[in-house]
Design a protein around this ligand. Structure first.
Ligand code: FAD
Length: 324
C-alpha cells in the first residue's frame, strides 16, 4: 500500500470561539508536519466562522485551512460533528489526523475513527517521529504508566490528543479565551447540575485556587457548601469523576485523566478519595489540602494538609473562619 501524506488537525470553533485545545493540536500538528517534512492542513469545524476567520489570516501560506460548518441541533449534535469530520478526513489521504481528546472530543473522535475504519490512538499525550514512523505516547493505568504506539506509514491514524499536554501555539488573539467560555456553549449537556453559574468564578484551567468536590458532597446542599468556600477563596470549582457521573457537578468541571489537567497554587480536595484518574489532573498543584471522613483515603497520601471529618460540618466552619 502507498504511504500516506500530510497531517490534518481537526480544530474546533464554538460560536466563533476557537477552542483553547485547538491551539495545542495546532502546535502538535505543526511539529509533526515539520518532522515528517509533509504539509499541514487545519480544518476548522464548528459554527460562527465569520468571528473566528480573521484570527487565522496571519497563518503561514503553506498551511491549508478549510472551514466546515457543523449544523448544531440536539439530539443529533455529536453525530453532526462525526458527519462533518468524516467528510474532511475522507477528502485527503492523510498520514495522521489529530483530533480533540477533550470532554467533547472523546464523544465524537472514536466515532469518527470507527466511521472511517481507521485506527485510533486515544489518551495521547505526545506525538513524535521515530525511525520514520509516527510514535504516539499515551497514558495507561490512569496515568501511572506510559506506552508508545508506533504507526506504520501506510495507514492513516487518528490521534485523540489529551488537553493540557502540549505547549500551544496561539492562533491570532484567541489566547484571551478560556475553557469556561468554550464549555458555556454546552450548558445544555450538563443537566442535573446544581451549580450556580450566574456567579463568575475564575476559569478552572487558570485559577490559582481550586476547590474540588467528590461523591461525598452527596447533593445540591453539599454543592452549596462547596460554592461558599469557593467564593470566600475566590477559587474555581472542580469535580471528581464520581461527582460528575452522579450529576452532582457538571462535566466541564471534571479534573483528571478524562477531564482537565491543572496546576493551581492551592487545590482543596473535598469528599473525594483520590483515585489515580483524579490525581492525574491535580498532582502538580503547589499545595494540596484534603477534607475526607476516611483517614485511610488515598488523597491524604499526597496532601500537604489533611482534615479528617464530615465535610458537611467542616466546610461551613471553614468558611466562617476564613471570613473572620
Ligand atoms: C476511563 C476512566 C476515566 C476516568 N477519569 C476520571 C477523571 O478524569 N477524574 C476523576 O476524578 N475520576 C475519573 N474516573 C473515575 C475514577 O476512577 C473514580 O471512580 C473517581 O475519581 C471517584 O470519585 P470520588 O473520589 O468522588 O468518589 P469515591 O471514590 O467514592 O470517594 C468519595 C470519598 O468521599 C468521602 N466522603 C464521603 N462522605 C463524606 C463526608 N460526609 N465528608 C467527608 N468525606 C466524605 C469518602 O470517604 C470517599 O473517600 C475515571 C474512571 C475511568 C474508568
Amino acid at each position: 500500500m502507498a504511504d500516506k501524506t500530510g497531517v490534518l488537525v481537526l480544530g474546533e470553533v464554538f460560536a466563533g470561539i476557537i477552542s483553547p485545545h485547538t491551539h495545542e493540536m495546532f502546535a502538535a500538528g505543526t511539529k509533526l508536519a515539520e518532522e515528517l517534512g509533509q504539509p499541514l492542513t487545519l480544518a476548522m469545524l464548528g459554527t460562527g466562522f465569520e468571528d473566528a476567520e480573521p484570527y487565522l489570516e496571519a497563518l503561514d501560506d503553506s498551511i491549508t485551512v478549510v472551514w466546515h460548518e457543523v449544523l448544531e441541533g440536539e439530539p443529533f449534535f455529536y453525530m453532526a460533528w462525526v458527519d462533518v469530520a468524516a467528510d474532511v478526513v475522507r477528502s485527503g489521504d492523510y498520514r495522521a489526523v489529530i483530533s480533540p481528546g477533550t470532554g467533547i472530543g472523546v464523544d465524537w473522535t472514536p466515532r469518527l475513527a470507527a466511521r472511517c475504519g481507521l485506527p485510533l490512538v486515544s489518551w495521547s499525550t505526545g506525538i513524535a517521529v521515530a525511525d520514520g514512523k509516527i510514535a504516539v505516547t499515551r497514558d495507561v493505568l490512569g496515568g501511572r504508566a506510559e506506552t508508545t504506539v508506533s504507526c506504520d506509514a501506510d495507514t492513516t491514524v487518528v490521534i485523540a490528543l489529551e488537553p493540557g499536554m502540549i505547549e500551544p501555539i496561539h492562533i491570532g488573539t484567541a489566547e484571551a479565551l478560556t475553557l469556561a467560555d468554550v464549555f458555556a456553549e454546552f450548558s445544555v449537556d450538563s443537566s442535573g447540575t446544581t451549580v450556580d453559574t450566574s456567579v463568575s468564578r475564575p476559569p478552572l484551567k487558570e485559577a490559582e485556587r481550586v476547590v474540588s468536590g467528590g461523591r461525598g458532597l452527596i447533593d445540591g446542599e453539599g454543592v452549596k457548601k462547596l460554592e461558599a468556600l469557593a467564593d470566600v477563596l475566590n477559587a474555581a470549582i472542580g469535580a471528581s469523576g464520581a461527582a460528575v457521573l452522579q450529576e452532582i457537578l457538571p462535566h466541564e468541571m471534571q479534573v483528571g485523566s478524562s477531564g482537565v489537567v491543572i496546576r493551581p497554587k492551592l487545590y482543596l480536595a473535598v469528599g473525594l478519595s483520590g483515585s489515580p484518574q483524579h490525581t492525574y489532573g491535580m498532582k502538580d498543584a503547589q499545595y494540596i489540602v484534603a477534607i475526607n471522613q476516611d483517614e485511610g483515603a488515598p488523597i491524604f497520601q499526597m496532601a500537604d494538609f489533611g482534615v479528617v471529618g464530615d465535610l458537611h460540618q467542616i466546610l461551613p466552619a471553614l468558611v466562617e473562619e476564613l471570613k473572620s
